[in-house]
Ligand binder design. Sequence first.
Ligand code: MG
Length: 386
Amino acid sequence: MNDRKAIEEWELKTLAPYALKACESQGRRFAEDEHAYRTCFQRDRDRIIHCAAFRRLEYKTQVFLNWSGDHFRTRLTHTIEVAQAARTIARSLGLNEDLTEAISLAHDLGHTPFGHAGEHAMRELMKDHGGYEHNGQSLRIVDEIERHYLPRFSGLNPTHELRYGLMKHRTDYDKPLFKDLEERESPSLEAQVANSADEISYNAHDTDDGLYSGLLKWDAARESELFVQAEQYARANVPEGEEDLLRYQLVRRLKDLQVTDLLQYSAARIAELKITTVQDVLEHQSKDPIIDFSPEFKKKVKGLKLMLYHKLYMHRNVRRGMEKSTRFMKEMFERYVSEQYLMPGGFHKRIADGESVYRVACDFISGMTDRYALEQYKKLFDPDTW
Ligand code: MG
């Protein structure tokens, strides 16, 4: 049987020297005994899968509002796709697959309902009250908000390496809560892989969902060089007239092209920068990550993103849903801030204990699924819903 010790030894022998090893973890904020047959990073992953915020991802929008159709990505399926791509990349580069998977599964836990429109609305609402940013909120969830281990500690008590990985896009959230994390260090390669896998996944699946919905037209999508490249491959391999198959093969190729370029360039960059230890990674000073697309390919990825932005994300049908949901969120936020007893008991208790009403309302609303938010909105404002 491979117990924890055996897995830790296997990591030491097999993983790249610049990979984070479970046995070298800086540990958890609250000391716990190690598990018999799972490493600390495997436990991080399992705690995330078992938390309520993870289950709620199922009913949070990725791009298409959650009830638009059964085949569109939700934030949960997006997260699973990110973890899958991230594991492939991590394994190829000799990185710690368990940690990469855990960071990937946790990366969107703090996302608001209603996709990017929801995030944008929350950022606006919180701009004078300590800020909101979904990676920062993911960290708040694993550190504070999930309550499975009381009274020993609040949060999931993840390892330093997982918490640090969630800071990868750190901007302007409530920094004082995380003052034990150093800002100056560069993210681990495992965190950088999760970050790239996020981008690779939404580029591919948003193209897929856009075409499937009919909102993104094939002709419009051909503005992107990368799309054309993937389409050429698909057309050469799919019988004439098989539209669904064509889309499937195109999206598959789109993902493969991105992963392949990222893997090849990142491996070359690790060698060129003479990255041989974890410390080399953390001390890497450039604003360009080590895990990255080649410069030429990056231009193509940018072209794909611009195409998606103009032809899909800004499509009036997508915008209309998003604009409407943004309004719901603002109205609810104002109600909860001015009348805290409209929130469930645990939330106003936090205010009584001295927390800012804005932060508490932000935690409550950003934790909602799309459908729960709509239900609450109706209960607050619709005269026929009680
Ligand atoms: Mg994401």
